[in-house]
Design a binder for this molecule. Structure first.
Ligand SMILES: [Zn+2]
Length: 592
């Protein structure tokens, strides 16, 4: 019995070693056929030692509070798979953040958006841990970083460090938690990457102590026929059904669909413990009338392919309904390879019988859930649109418009797609408007929107930006001047036009704290630009750059006032803020 116990423990160990594909199956066979062979025991012993070495690396908690999740690894987000775990920080900033294992600081990236203040620690075992949205760094890191800011004369820094510059021990405090960059509330974004591939991995694989006692819950499902999952319009959604006690559609009646190639989508919420954030799942299997229809398993998140999320979700539904929506079919082309394993078997519904759809899912801890829904093809098929443009996935296509052209690159579409092109004329004196498809059409590589600016002088062209108009919002997507035209890239379709930005950014003084004997002061501004957006911020004191922080989501610029101000002299302060069209505002002040 002892022997059996030893074997099963080893098997468990190897099972946890997820990167060895198929190895587990092979070994299981060997375990049973060689259970009592001493040579095999020797082999197991050596292997156990090897794996113990490969497996030894674990990460400890970067916070000293019980870990609670606001978001999970690989969760579905807008335009990306979430690359790490969002750890709650008691809804406040300033909690100590600790290094998760021995290593060294290999990169520090500071940005007004995205990760905000982030630190990357390389561990010799082949992993990198990332800590993002920080408030500030420990004293040693901060003083070295200040030199980088000064060298670059910029708040934005992307600094790569060598081994030995800042070595770290497991459990050493490296920073304080914050809400910097694109973060929408105080939390710590924590990531584990394979240092060779740069792919992000589930931190729980490395022993991060996160409690997960709850199974995922199936919320809604949708089914339809006649058009692809990456051309669903957010304003014309297919039938959507509720799961009742994990079983059946609304009122347990079948969901009404059309006949044709079956498309299915499902929304699932996974909570780790009661009260944790709504998280995503690891795998999903879908069976139609008992036969496997779709299977996916997420293994890693790769920044180069993360936008493939748009072909992984039913984009039109995802854009208009909340929740983690999973598309249950394989795109015709997707860059996802080892990151997400997708398998699908197309099914056609040609009769009006009731068909069952069974869903099975597993979260990152291994908690499982199942649900069943039903569909019945009783709806008439929508007539084909005669004026639609047909585009093929994997083929470049240039569409000429009255005002320029639209270019779909080879990798723009996940699926063959039909879309409409409209060029309404509201006022012949206004810039032209082009409507191409809608925001439910899934894109991987951007589509290029080009407008001719023949009537303009080169000086006028420099002030032009392309605008994406989305339900009452207008957003600049910039653009570059190519000859007599402007070309902008978009990752989402819809309505486009252009406008000229002649207005300089707005700079408003908010408050000021003058430095005192040994305490630096600060002056705070609100900066904004109505059209093209802020390009750069530069504060100077007596003609020299001084340190500042820029928080783009709150439009705040905080300039540090150095102790050198504390004298009887007059000091000239200026803040120059430029927008992306070269307009600038200079704020000046004399400190006495
Ligand atoms: Zn995050």
């Amino acid at each position: 019995m002892a022997l059996r116990f030893f074997s099963s423990r080893l098997v468990n160990k190897i099972k946890a070693f997820e990167s060895v594909e198929g190895f587990f199956d092979a070994l299981c066979g060997m375990v049973f056929s060689n259970l009592y062979s001493s040579r095999f025991l020797m082999f197991l012993f050596c292997l156990s030692a090897t794996f113990a070495k490969g497996q030894k690396w674990t990460c400890s908690s970067p916070l000293d509070i019980p870990l609670e999740l606001a978001g999970s690894f690989a969760e579905i987000r807008s335009n990306h798979f979430h690359s790490g775990m969002d750890l709650r920080t008691e809804q406040r900033e300033g909690l100590p953040v600790y290094c998760a294992a021995d290593g060294y600081v290999s990169r520090i990236k500071i940005s007004p958006n995205g990760y905000g203040k982030a630190i990357y620690v390389t561990h010799p075992e082949g992993y990198v841990t990332v800590y993002a949205h920080l408030q500030k760094f420990n004293h040693e890191i901060d003083s070295l970083l200040r030199l980088q800011h000064k060298l670059k004369e910029s708040y934005e820094v992307d600094w790569y460090l060598k081994e030995g510059q800042i070595p770290l021990k497991r459990g050493q405090q490296i920073a304080w938690s914050g809400n910097s960059g694109g973060s929408s509330g105080p939390h710590l974004h924590f990531e584990v990457r394979d240092s060779r591939t740069e792919h992000c991995l589930d931190p729980m694989r490395f022993g991060l102590p996160v409690r997960d006692t709850l199974a995922p819950i199936f919320e809604l499902f949708s089914a339809w026929c006649g058009y692809g999952a990456s051309e669903l319009s957010p304003s014309e959604l297919p039938s959507i059904g509720h799961f009742v006690n994990g079983r059946g559609a609304s009122d347990t009646l079948p969901l009404e669909i059309e006949t044709g190639k079956l498309e299915v989508a499902v929304s699932i919420v996974d909570r780790y413990i009661t009260g944790s954030g709504d998280c995503g799942v690891k795998s999903l299997r879908v069976f139609v009338d008992g036969s496997l229809f779709y299977r996916m398993e997420i293994r890693s998140v790769n920044f180069n392919t993360t936008k493939a999320i748009n072909g992984f979700v039913p984009l039109g539904i995802y854009k208009s309904k909340s929740g983690q929506w999973y598309r249950c079919s394989s795109p015709k082309q997707t860059p996802l390879k080892e990151e997400v394993n997708i398998w699908a078997m197309p099914v056609e519904i040609l009769d009006s019988l009731i068909h069952s759809i069974r869903f099975e899912t597993e979260d990152w801890k291994g908690n499982v859930a199942t649900a069943v829904g039903f569909v019945q093809a009783v709806l008439p098929n929508a007539p084909k649109r005669s004026n639609a443009i047909s585009l093929l996935a994997g083929v470049e296509k240039v569409i000429q418009t009255r005002s320029g052209k639209i270019t779909f690159q080879k990798e723009s579409l996940f699926d063959d797609t039909e879309l409409l092109l409209l060029e309404p004329v509201f006022d012949s004196l206004m810039p032209p408007v082009v409507e191409i498809g809608h925001e439910g059409i899934a894109l991987f590589s951007p589509v290029k929107i080009q407008f001719n600016l023949d009537e303009m002088t080169p000086e006028q062209r420099k002030k032009v930006v392309v605008l994406h108009l989305n339900s009452s919002k207008r957003k600049s997507i910039g653009g570059t001047i190519e000859g007599n035209s402007i070309v902008a890239s978009t990752s989402s379709l819809g309505i486009f036009t252009y406008a000229a930005d002649w207005a300089a950014p707005v700079v408003e003084f908010v408050e000021q704290t003058f430095p005192e004997t040994d305490l630096v002061g600060s002056v705070k501004f609100r900066v904004s630009d109505a059209l093209s957006g802020i390009e750069s911020v530069r504060p100077e004191l007596d003609g020299k750059w001084i340190y500042y922080e820029y928080d783009a989501k709150n439009n705040n610029v905080l300039v540090e006032l150095p102790l050198s101000l504390v004298d009887e002299q007059a000091h000239e302060f200026s803040l120059v803020v430029k927008d992306k069209c070269g307009n600038e505002t200079v704020y000046k002040k004399t400190f006495n």
